[in-house]
Write a protein that binds this ligand. Sequence first.
Ligand code: C6P
Length: 410
Amino acid sequence: MLTMKPFDVKQIRKDFPVLGRESNGHSLVYLDNAATTQKPIGVIETMASFYRERYATIHRGVYGLSQEATQACDDVRQKCRVFLNAKKSSEIIFVRGATEAINLVAAGFGRKFLKRGDEVVISEMEHHANIVPWQRVCAEREAKLRVLPMTDKGELRLDEYQKMLSARTKLVAITHVSNALGTINPIRDIIRLAHSAGAVVLVDGAQGAPHAKVDVQQLDCDFYCFSGHKIYGPTGIGVLYGKQKLLEEMDPYQSGGEMIRSVTFEETTYAEPPAKFEAGTPAIAEIIGLGPALDYLDKIGFDRIAAYERELLTEATEKLSGIDGLKIIGTAPEKAAVVSFVLDGIHPHDIGTIIDSEGIAIRTGHHCAQPVMKHFHLPATARASFAFYNTKEEIDRLVEGIRKVQEVFG
Ligand code: C6P
């Protein structure tokens, strides 16, 4: 039997320089990983050395420096292909992040293929980035936006989903993991059912890709997207995976340099994917910085990441549940390491502010998921979201911090 190498979190933390700093006179406890993750030294140094020693534009230069930068970006596209197990690297589109990826599909697929009376299915637990682009394109195309409800535990109602799907359903856009609740959705089933109704599926992987191995061929999703900054890489870079055939059929998103084959004042023809969707000079240093982030995840391995994060989730859930007056929001059996909670009589913003004075960083608010807040009749929650560099001692610090908050409000 194969045994996993022990998970040495102390050693891992040494790779993330910021984790060694103080905040408000205490050692920093960073628990806002669903918003954005910290960067390993390899990412920081790769970007710095690119700017220091290797910086140039890509695709356009006949000179060596530019060719080197072009090769480095092509190598990262290839790494992204392997990361998602896409068939071809032309199915990997560089975007600014998950938000831009979803807008790209709403514009490039939605505007072109949605017709009056067609339906787009999203869910009640979507982030605004996977609601608003669909609302806008449905209004423009006179299509109907349908919302798959969830239970009070934060699980999608698959019974309702089956009833909702019909020949009118053109697209299903669902999050892999909820940012506000932590629920891991059964996306394989969701994709299979959508396909049997003839719909294409976009999976918002902003919170999924950082926590588990994604295999787009096995999932058979039509689109999958994620943000680099949530998987230990730079901001300003993300990935949209799309099936080659769909990318060829879709319209481009932005127009300008790089995305064309030929331009005259009478007519423009477009380049093949991925260039067709990558107008303008890309985020070169950020693309290059994404490479070592993917290497880092690969080195640790998603089996170990998932197992360790599950331990953190279990421990945090048990310890927080033991606090009188604390209620966890989002109690689905399949969860990523995200714990949203509220405290009796205390506004989440006060929780966030007071525990910040203890050096603990969590997010408070509606988490860009106002329909989730509405479901639970809440204005906001406090959210602790964990990464594989967090420790059980940090969970204890969070618990102590929450007890301090309760003391202040006595
Ligand atoms: N969620 C959070 O704190 P961008 O901003 O494009 O990198 O990612 C947008 C996005 C899309 N989908 C989901 C499920 C997300 O969680 C996010 C970003 C952050 O929860 C910022 S609101």
